[in-house]
Design a protein around this ligand. Structure first.
Ligand SMILES: NC(=O)c1ccc[n+]([C@@H]2O[C@H](COP(=O)([O-])OP(=O)(O)OC[C@H]3O[C@@H](n4cnc5c(N)ncnc54)[C@H](O)[C@@H]3O)[C@@H](O)[C@H]2O)c1
Length: 261
């Protein structure tokens, strides 16, 4: 199945690295013009340069997804330089590895500001234009921990569960305007987000215990490997293509079979 994005404008929020960048690359290769927005503006520009070096049209934009004003200027810049976004993918997130009883209001606030207010801000800014143009493809990244729970990830999981509910509800409101919204729910995937958490774990429990843990985790995955960003990029491309025009409000786990909710 060949997916075509010729002439389409995509905005990847949190796209400087990891799953977002893999998605940006996939969309560019299929002909989309891609704005890469990230809190790390320099990394966003470097990521965009990598794509333009392949002949694609791409720009980097600095944004803090937790600020509505910053999100407004991100969308204005993308529109001015590439055109109004037809496709928006929200991957920006942070993760905290903490027992709930050891966490506090400052941890929860930071998490909810980025992982729940972030998508609220982006959807609120991009939807009016999409409604007017009668077209939009939106994908938000959640996590399987929001679907089945996960120790040490309680408030991250809670924020992401909010994103799932948001996407399902808004999908019901704007389907009549030719807009689809879906969620990709990843299992463990080999990106900096995971690598940082794993490095801290290794430091905490020591090499021998850590290696045993790695094997235990792999046994939890029927496909016996953790994910790569490209595993999600194919799903991002499919869900944002016109081949997925009758799919909305869905949560699709891309997770090697880790859970089957
Ligand atoms: N990697 C995994 O194992 C895994 C598992 C489940 C879910 N996810 C989800 O997938 C998505 C992508 O994760 P990833 O692994 O590629 O992460 P990553 O950390 O590699 O990339 C996330 C990007 O978001 C950016 N970002 C962070 N805070 C931001 C902010 N306030 N404003 C704008 N950008 C910001 C970071 O700079 C980074 O470039 C996230 O939503 C994450 O929750 C990842």
């Amino acid at each position: 199945m060949k997916l075509e994005f010729g002439g389409k404008v995509a905005l990847i929020v949190g796209g400087a690295r990891g799953i977002g960048f893999a998605g940006a690359k996939e969309l560019c290769e299929a002909g989309a013009k891609v704005a890469i927005a990230d809190i790390d503006g320099k990394a966003a520009s470097t990521a965009a340069e990598k794509l333009t070096a392949t002949g694609a049209q791409s720009i980097g934009i600095q944004v803090d997804i937790s600020s509505l004003e910053s999100v407004k200027s991100m969308v204005a810049k993308a529109e001015k330089e590439l055109g109004a976004p037809d496709i928006v993918v929200i991957t920006a997130a942070i993760v905290d590895d903490k027992l709930f009883v050891e966490s506090g209001p400052e941890d929860w606030k930071r998490m909810i500001d980025i992982c729940l207010y972030g998508p609220l801000n982006v959807l609120h800014v991009v939807l009016p234009g999409m409604i007017e143009r009668e077209y939009g493809r939106i994908v938000c990244l959640a996590t399987d921990s929001a679907r089945v729970g996960q120790a040490r990830l309680s408030y991250y999981a809670a924020a992401k569960a909010g994103v799932i509910a948001l996407v399902k509800s808004v999908a019901q409101e704007v389907g009549r305007n030719g807009i689809t919204l879906n969620v990709i729910s990843p299992g463990a995937t080999n990106t900096e987000l995971r690598q940082t958490r794993e490095a801290a774990m290794q430091e905490q429990i020591g090499q021998e215990k850590y290696e045993a843990r790695v094997q235990k985790v792999l046994r939890m995955y029927p496909l016996r490997r953790i994910g790569e960003p490209e595993d999600h990029a194919s799903m991002i491309a499919f869900l944002t293509s016109d081949r997925a025009s009758w799919i909305t409000g869905q949560v699709i786990s891309v997770n090697g079979g880790f859970v089957m909710p």
